[in-house]
Ligand binder design. Structure first.
Ligand SMILES: [Zn+2]
Length: 79
């Protein structure tokens, strides 16, 4: 099965509490207008090991709007 780059997750991070690399769990913290904020938790002790923001086009579908060509009517006045 092909792995999508967009769903890439860090599988292991160094946990200072366990003092070794541990598998991490990803938890959705916040949904921002610019993306989604995830938190990495140690799967063993639950310590927060970091966050990452995932920006995706799914949040702001710019392509949903049909392109509207604007006539450059004021161009001459702006020079
Ligand atoms: Zn840990």
């Amino acid at each position: 099965m092909a792995q999508q780059f967009g769903t890439f997750t860090a599988s292991e991070l160094y946990c200072p509490k366990c003092r070794s690399s541990q598998k991490v769990r990803e938890r959705l913290l916040l949904v921002l207008p610019s993306g989604e904020l995830y938190e990495f938790l140690c799967s063993r002790c639950g310590t927060s090991l970091g966050t990452r923001t995932v920006t995706g086009p799914a949040v702001a579908p710019a392509a949903a709007r049909p392109p509207q060509p604007r006539p450059p009517r004021n161009r001459r006045l702006l020079r």
